[in-house]
Design a binder for this molecule. Structure first.
Ligand code: NDP
Length: 298
């Protein structure tokens, strides 16, 4: 029997989408238009197509405009850059998201760098990373933002003095999560593949964020009793039934839930927060670009 409080990311994401929809209605009353999100998909990777279709559907559901741009896998880099420049200049577009990964030989870094940082709703531009590290207002990448919302919803707004360990140091997840926890006055340790005594390091944490990509790596013996455990990992592994697969996180949910105070499941934890935070970021970008005060409810 699990002891831990289950952190329901699916329910929180639905609540967040509802708040964004209300924010969009207020915005359109103030500005006379709705925020717009442009999503660029290059190639026909089936998983990316599903993500992009979900993003477009949820964008429209909260009352925003959705602009989809589909390009062939062999699109020349200059053509993709020209599209980004057009979207930067288009006032109806408040957020630009380029679905990653891009097919080779496109240069992801060059493409992301071409996005206007004020429209960088994925938060991957170096200017967005710099603003986050410097404590300046800006757009924060969606999955890390989702992690923080779930942590605050579980532990309360004041995280001062808590010991946080982030396992993983990617630009997409680990680093921005660590920055956000630091900005919330946590004492943050970033762990990675070269960390010595990882289990011991993790055992000190009041908050553990696992963003590794290794199925069920984090075990109950690593966890301080009562800790809040956020599992970002999405790993597909063979299921008990032959020929089937299932999704698991980076945390061994069944055993860690016996020790931790709270825990996100996989699926249904951090995952659903990502698109909801993308919509949140698009609304924030629209308000920021027009010099409107940020929505204080978030
Ligand atoms: P990366 O592969 O970019 O980074 C993984 C990190 O884990 C690296 O910093 C690596 O360390 C570290 N690591 C690898 N092995 C170990 C180990 N044995 N011990 C400690 N640290 C280790 O992955 P991402 O950050 O992009 O993604 C992490 C996970 O989160 C994946 O499962 C991914 O699918 C999932 N994800 C989920 C999202 C969502 O919910 N919407 C969004 C994005 C990602 P080093 O730097 O030393 O190599």
């Amino acid at each position: 029997m699990s002891q831990a409080q289950l952190i329901d990311g699916k329910a929180y994401a639905a609540k967040l989408r509802g708040m964004v929809a209300e924010g969009v209605a207020t915005y359109s009353g103030e500005v006379g238009t709705v925020p717009g999100l442009a999503v660029v998909l290059v190639g026909d990777d089936p998983a990316s197509r599903v993500y992009v279709a979900n993003k477009a559907k949820q964008t429209v559901e909260v009352g925003m405009a959705s602009f989809e741009h589909r390009l062939a896998a062999d699109v020349p880099q200059e053509e993709l850059l020209a599209l980004i420049h057009r979207l930067n200049a288009d006032d109806a577009v408040d957020g630009i998201l380029v679905q990653l990964p891009l097919p080779k030989p496109l240069d992801e870094m060059a493409i992301i760098s071409a996005i206007d940082p004020d429209k960088d709703v994925d938060g991957l531009h170096v200017v967005s990373a710099g603003r986050l590290a410097s404590g300046l207002p800006g757009l924060v990448s969606c999955t890390p933002l989702g992690c923080m919302m779930l942590i605050r919803d579980t532990l309360g707004k004041d995280l001062s003095g808590k010991a946080a360990v982030v396992i993983g140091r990617s630009i997409l997840v680990g680093k921005p999560v660590a920055q956000l926890l630091l900005a919330a006055n946590c004492t943050v340790t970033m762990a990675h593949s070269r960390t010595a005594n990882l289990e011991e390091v993790v055992r000190r944490a009041d908050i553990v964020v696992a963003a590794v990509g290794r199925p069920e790596m984090v075990k109950a013996s690593w966890i301080k009793p009562g800790a809040c455990v956020i599992d970002v990992g999405i790993n597909r592994v063979p299921a008990a039934e032959e020929g089937k697969t299932k999704l698991v996180g980076d945390v061994d949910f069944a055993e860690v839930a016996e020790v931790s105070g709270s825990i996100t499941p996989v699926p249904g934890g951090v995952g659903p927060m990502t698109i909801a935070c993308l919509l949140h970021n698009t609304l924030q970008a629209a308000r920021m670009r027009r010099g409107l005060a940020q929505d204080q409810r978030f």
